[in-house]
Design a protein. Structure first.
Length: 198
């Protein structure tokens, strides 16, 4: 098992097939909770007969789908246990978001980690690919420096780390300029969070 969202199945014809669990994403092996996510998946499928509802083929040639071990929807169970995020970019099942919210509210699995260690794997991979050594070396567990609010801004350096947590472009600019949160400016053009600072 390469990670917590990919398995290798042996078909009845004794052919190995790699399956990527669709609509979910688990921490990478070097991320906090990555090893435990692998263990959770192993406990759900290892040595069991499974059924796959194929959804797609990914760019690596893996079959992408929902995996069922008997009556258990393995993809949903990984989210329920707090071993996976819903992969919002690819998920079409709103029920998975409800299950994730419940796991988060009950602090199951990765949701029991300190907030700074709960980095969605797609963001972690993007930071690792980022090119610059300083960006790749930036540890998600290091909180941004604290500071007093900038006069008139009303913002304070806190625990926010990502664009999705910013409420406005002004707040994103404050975190970039006053708190030194350089990850908000991925392309280093001086404009943070292009999705909200257009």
């Amino acid at each position: 098992m390469a990670d917590g969202d990919t398995i290798t199945l042996l078909t009845a014809e004794r052919r190995q097939v790699r399956i990527r669990l669709g609509e979910i994403d688990t921490p990478e092996s070097r991320q906090p909770y990555g090893t435990r996510a692998q263990q959770a998946l192993s406990e759900l499928v290892f040595g069991k007969d499974v059924h796959v509802v194929v959804q797609d083929t990914d760019r690596y040639g893996r079959t992408v789908g929902r995996v069922y071990a008997g009556p258990v929807d393995v993809n949903a169970e990984m989210v329920r246990q707090g071993a996976a995020w819903v992969y919002r970019q690819y998920s079409r099942d709103p029920e998975l978001l409800r299950i994730e919210a419940e796991a988060k509210a009950n602090r199951r699995g990765l949701w029991a980690l300190p907030e700074a260690e709960r980095v969605p794997p797609w963001e972690w991979r993007a930071a690792a690919r980022g090119g610059s050594a300083s960006q790749a070396a930036e540890t998600p567990s290091a909180p941004p420096p604290r500071s007093v609010p900038q006069t008139g801004s009303g913002f304070t350096c806190g625990s926010k780390q990502y664009c999705r947590e910013m409420t406005s472009c002004a707040e994103a600019r404050f975190y970039l300029q006053q708190c030194g949160l350089s990850r908000l400016d991925g392309d280093r053009d001086g404009v943070p969070c292009e999705s909200i600072c257009r």
